[in-house]
Design a protein around this ligand. Structure first.
Ligand code: ZN
Length: 401
């Protein structure tokens, strides 16, 4: 009978964040003096400690906080090379442009499969240690058919949320023929990559792909069964949000520069059964010294806001969702509850997932025990490691309770 999974009671939780308003109080569904039962890799029960059912094993949370694992819906962790000097130069006054991506492309093409996989596994472990239990991973530093396909093969070894981003920038070989590169991305590259990905993405921005090219990339991917998501409105106002809403993308990411019409479009798109989420990437604006997106305006208008890392070697080399939460609260007008929700349930919506980002019965038992009495500490103690233990599918995956 050893393959019958035992049940585990996590007991004496001072604050349990469920993200289920039916289970607890407020936006993030908090239960105080709570307990949670894991069985078969899923949450079997969550609620007040006094009502907790019996279980085969007990973990003592000792008056600390449990939150859903972070759902990081945006990362670029399949790469090689180092751009720390570019960062230092930028901090000394040189502006960021989309073209710096080509530096990483050259290093990534030169790396072996084993090096790329070791790197990606390292970043997944690094993110896990900081509480991330679901991580989307994009291609986009290969920009040839073979290099994009192997990036997706590597991504598929470390996550189920794999995104084809051949349209990250125009490949250097096509500098004089951007149209020809779009033909490649929507033709032979898509043929090779579609079977390895769930998502199709495009960098719809000045210096990358314009509205017409972006629409071609997304619709070609959708015709092959991929689900659309968009990088847009990072460096200035533009067509990214409009296009994302038009094609029914799960998310439009960055949203640093939005017109009133963009905010309204995202508010309207939030009412759909399959909404378009506004995913904000505060680490990017921090690391490129841009202004921050107006999260308050988006939330007040009714848009759905997620927070993600955009972990990548150029514009934002952090994998810490706790850092993103702290910046969102300090500088983007989000309350701590809104920011924690956005990095968990919001990220899940941005990936069209209902089985992660919450801790109510039936969800994956992906959870984080914090060395803190409540989730407000994530923003209250910036830069301080507060993750005591992480469970993924009910199995202790990092730390010690
Ligand atoms: Zn990105």
């Amino acid at each position: 009978m050893t393959d019958v999974p035992e049940s585990i009671l996590i007991d004496d939780i001072a604050t349990l964040v469920t993200n289920d308003p039916g289970l607890g109080e407020g936006r993030v569904g908090t239960v105080e003096d709570a307990a949670l039962v894991i069985e078969g890799g899923a949450v079997a029960w969550a609620g007040p400690r006094a009502h907790a059912p019996a279980a085969d094993a007990r973990v003592d949370a000792a008056g600390r906080c449990v939150i859903p694992g972070f759902v990081d819906s945006h990362s670029h962790i399949v790469f090689a090379g180092d751009r720390s000097r570019e960062f230092a130069a930028r901090m000394s006054g040189r502006p960021y442009s989309a073209g710096g991506i080509r530096t990483t492309v050259a290093a990534t093409r030169a790396a072996s499969d084993a090096e790329l996989l070791a790197g990606a596994r390292g970043f997944v472990a690094e993110a896990r240690a900081q509480g991330t239990t679901t991580l989307e991973v994009k291609s986009g530093y290969g920009l040839t058919v073979a290099d994009e396909e192997r990036a997706l093969a590597v991504a598929g070894r470390v996550t189920d949320e794999v995104t084809f981003l051949g349209a990250h920038v125009v490949a250097p070989e096509y500098a004089d023929d951007p149209q020809g590169y779009v033909d490649l991305v929507t033709g032979p590259m898509l043929d090779a990559c579609a079977p390895r990905a769930r998502w199709i993405d495009v960098f719809c921005e000045r210096g990358a792909f314009d509205e017409e090219a972006s629409r071609r990339v997304l619709t070609a991917g959708m015709a092959r069964g991929l689900l659309p998501r968009v990088h847009g409105n990072q460096l200035g106002e533009g067509p990214g949000v409009r296009l994302a809403v038009e094609v029914g993308a799960a998310s439009v990411d960055h949203c640093t520069y939005l017109s009133a019409a963009d905010v309204d479009a995202l508010a309207q798109a939030a009412k759909r059964t399959e909404p378009t989420v506004a995913t904000l990437l505060p680490g990017v604006d921090f690391s490129t010294r841009q202004s921050y997106p107006d999260a308050r305006a988006l939330i007040d208008a009714g848009a759905i806001v997620a927070l993600a890392s955009d972990c990548n070697p150029g514009s934002c080399f952090t994998s810490s969702l706790a850092f993103c939460i702290a910046v969102a609260v300090r500088d983007m007008g989000m309350t701590p509850d809104e920011a924690v929700w956005a990095a968990t349930a919001g990220g899940a919506l941005a990936l069209r997932r209902t089985d992660v980002g919450r801790l109510s019965p039936g969800a994956h038992a992906d959870l984080v025990l914090l060395n803190a009495p409540n989730h407000l500490y994530l923003a209250y103690r910036p830069g301080v490691p507060q993750v005591a233990a992480v469970w993924k599918d009910g199995v202790l995956a990092h730390g010690r309770p």
